[in-house]
Design a protein. Structure first.
Lengths: 143, 149
């Protein structure tokens, strides 16, 4: 069984356990293109990406958002995830190693329920932020 | 630049089916190995009614298989080669499961022109509401698309 984070026990400023992904591969970009239906050649064909002035293919921003979703669904049951927002900050390349981090930003009560808002980001092996965002979860007791 | 006269309009509602095999394909592409997204048995064991939708799976309902983004760009007169994805936001209102049939209602919420050092850009906000087969609103998505010149 998975062990989710007890959001009731968290305080503002607490960090969640980070998730470090395997290096991104070109095959992964092709697989994600097939899965998502985003066949923009910037993500799958080096020659097209190079014509656009890049060194080669870049990862889909939404793939990195997917990594962040994977981290979140390890911290909380998806049914308790209420909101998730990201801003795409920079390009990610094959070989990059993405780590997803999150810190508790705010706790708020509404209708006797506790909601926890966290800042989150995905950074590469050099600590450069690629995607930043925030999410809000319902902190259920007894999870 | 984007056609501001289209603000408030949208695409005709379309249907997106949450295919079981697509959830698996999506999970495998990301490297998501949690059994709750891969087998119904694991999902039931966690108290779900079926395999739940992973947090960002809904992007599939906006991308090429449905053509929603591309149709929106066409309607707004936006060239695909000048487009960047700036932000994406999901509000989860109720659970979405494998097998659900979602009716997706995308409209063009706003277009804001912004002056930058490299020239003007349009900030285009697309808002999509998702209703399940019972007519219940289960999700809202907001996509901020940047059109440069």
């Amino acid at each position: 069984m998975l062990h989710y984070v007890d959001f009731n026990g968290l305080e503002v400023g607490d960090s969640l356990p980070s998730l470090t992904k395997d290096p991104i591969t070109k095959v992964q970009l092709v697989r994600y293109a097939g899965a998502s239906g985003d066949f923009n050649p910037l993500h799958t064909d080096d020659s097209v990406a190079q014509k656009g002035g890049l060194t080669g293919v870049i990862a889909q921003g939404i793939l990195i958002m997917g990594f962040m979703g994977q981290a979140i669904s390890g911290w909380v049951k998806t049914r308790d995830l209420k909101r998730f927002k990201v801003r795409f900050m920079g390009m990610t390349y094959p070989g990059d190693v993405i780590t997803v981090k999150a810190v508790v930003k705010e706790k708020k009560e509404s209708d006797e329920e506790l909601f926890v808002i966290c800042d989150t980001l995905a950074e590469d092996q050099n600590g450069k932020t690629k995607v930043s965002g925030e999410f809000e979860v319902l902190a259920r007791t007894g999870v | 630049m984007a056609d501001v006269s289209k603000v408030g309009l949208g695409l005709p509602p379309y249907v997106f089916v949450v295919e079981r095999v697509k959830i698996k394909e999506f999970a495998e592409a990301i490297g998501e190995k949690k059994p709750v997204f891969l087998t119904k048995e694991a999902a039931l064991a966690e108290g779900y009614l079926d395999i739940p939708c992973p947090p960002t799976f809904i992007t599939l309902a906006l991308q090429e298989f449905t053509g929603a983004y591309l149709k929106a760009f066409e309607a707004l007169g936006v060239s695909l080669k000048n487009v960047l994805h700036g932000e994406e936001e999901y509000e989860y209102l109720d659970e979405i499961y494998a097998g659900d049939r979602l009716t997706c209602d995308m409209h063009f919420e706003s277009i804001v022109e912004k002056k930058t050092k490299t020239g003007p850009m349009d900030l285009i906000t697309l808002r999509t509401l998702f209703f399940n087969q019972e007519g219940k609103e289960v999700m809202r998505a907001k996509s901020l698309i940047i059109e440069t010149q």
